[in-house]
Design a protein around this ligand. Structure first.
Ligand code: NAG
Ligand code: NAG
Ligand code: NAG
Ligand code: NAG
Ligand code: NAG
Length: 347
């Protein structure tokens, strides 16, 4: 295609002048409108993350969801597993694209244009400390999303009331940073996103991503540095996930309609398969089975994670990460929450 001829060019310039003279005064307004529309688009597309539930092929088994009451005077049983994916997890979709190797200690998920893949824990947990080492998709990972989260089963018949604690890693073009996205859902309600850039290259090596979940708080930890704390604010009317057991889920899938730069950068399928690796999983947690938590039975001692708070030194580290690495915080999004931040933001 050549350049427009000079007369077309002049006509074009004249037209532009005309438009500018007519709409000049409202141009700043128009650009604000476009900016807002773009933001709406980004947020709407983010909430599509829920779509991953529809990737699961087999219908979820009906589970016991009787609320439990925990008793602080009791002690809690420790369950510790190291790396053994074959005993603790099952591949739930994309069977040909996922594999467990090295005596069950390494799990890889792959994604190509035919299929994504995912796995989930065999057990359900009610409180615990879950550690997972993850190495993310190398190179150009734009459009891909790797998830690692805890979730209770959604009860289809009475609307979405599931609880969820999320780590999601939004891929990016080569050399551009991954976004670590975190969220907390209770009773089906999320919209508590905080996002970070990591202070290391998450594709070069394995790093440890930890969720501490106890009745008082949820702590998101990366390589032993807490990055986010979600406190139990029931005393001021904010529901806290503490009644429903959750499984551990992970998946690698294509979300190029929204993930990278709001969906503008697409997955480059010529680079497929995309691979994410998982190792050295450990859960020091209460396992839930037939409506009973292992922590309610014979328990040797109260575990650290069950009462864990963030100590002063770690609070300082968390503040630093939040100052220098946080790129989005729902508590500060005045545009999305014009009536002021959620109550837990000030708790
Ligand atoms: C908690 O457990 C202790 C010891 O088993 C028992 O004495 C107490 O009544 C229990 N409290 C509640 C609220 O269930
Ligand atoms: C990708 O990189 C760009 C530019 O550095 C950044 O603005 C963006 O937040 C990154 N992450 C995603 C998921 O788009
Ligand atoms: C495996 O995880 C445990 C507990 O999270 C940790 O102490 C250990 O160093 C890890 N092993 C490796 C090889 O990273
Ligand atoms: C799991 O434990 C075994 C024996 O305690 C150890 O040899 C192995 O390195 C551990 N695996 C990981 C990934 O840390
Ligand atoms: C990389 C890889 O193993 N891809 C496989 C994913 O699964 C589909 C079928 O479900 C296979 O055709 C791909 O070869």
């Amino acid at each position: 295609m050549g350049f427009p001829s000079s007369s077309r060019n002049r006509r074009f310039v004249r037209n532009v002048r005309l438009i500018v003279s007519q709409f000049g005064p409202v141009l700043p307004l128009l650009s604000i409108v476009f900016y807002l529309l773009f933001k709406v688009d980004v947020y709407i597309s983010r909430s599509r993350a829920v779509a991953r539930y529809h990737h699961v092929q087999s219908p979820p088994e009906k589970i016991q969801t009787t609320p439990t009451t925990y008793n602080k005077t009791r002690t809690y049983r420790r369950i510790l597993t190291n790396g053994t994916f074959d005993r603790n997890f099952e591949i739930t979709w994309g069977y040909e694209n996922a594999s467990i190797r090295k005596n069950g200690e390494l799990l890889t998920l792959s994604l190509d244009s035919v299929s994504s893949s995912g796995f989930e824990s065999r057990y359900e947990y009610l409180f615990g400390r879950i550690d997972m080492q993850i190495k993310l998709v190398l190179g150009n990972s734009a459009g891909t999303v790797t998830t690692y989260y805890l979730s209770s089963e959604a009860e289809a018949h009475d609307g979405d009331t599931h609880d969820e604690i999320d780590f999601e890693f939004l891929g990016n073009s080569s050399g551009e940073p991954y976004t670590l996205h975190t969220n907390v859902f209770n009773q089906g309600k999320g919209k508590r996103e905080q996002q970070f850039f990591l202070w290391f290259d998450p594709t070069a090596d394995f790093h440890t991503y930890t969720i501490v979940w106890n009745p008082r708080r949820i702590i998101f930890i990366v390589d032993d540095i807490p990055i986010r704390e979600f406190k139990n604010a029931e005393s001021i009317g904010v529901p806290f996930p503490k009644d429903n057991p959750m499984k551990i889920y992970s998946s690698l899938w294509n979300a190029d309609d929204w993930a990278t730069k709001g969906g503008r950068v697409k997955t480059d399928w010529t680079l497929a398969p995309f691979i994410a690796s998982f190792q050295n999983f450990s859960a020091d947690a209460c396992i839930w089975s037939s409506g009973v938590s292992s922590c309610e039975k014979d328990s040797p001692r109260k575990e650290l994670w069950f009462i864990q708070k963030i100590n002063t030194a770690d609070t300082r580290k968390m503040k630093k990460v939040q100052k220098y690495n946080m790129i989005y915080d729902y508590c500060r999004d005045k545009w999305r929450f014009p009536n002021g931040p959620a109550p837990e933001c000030r708790f």
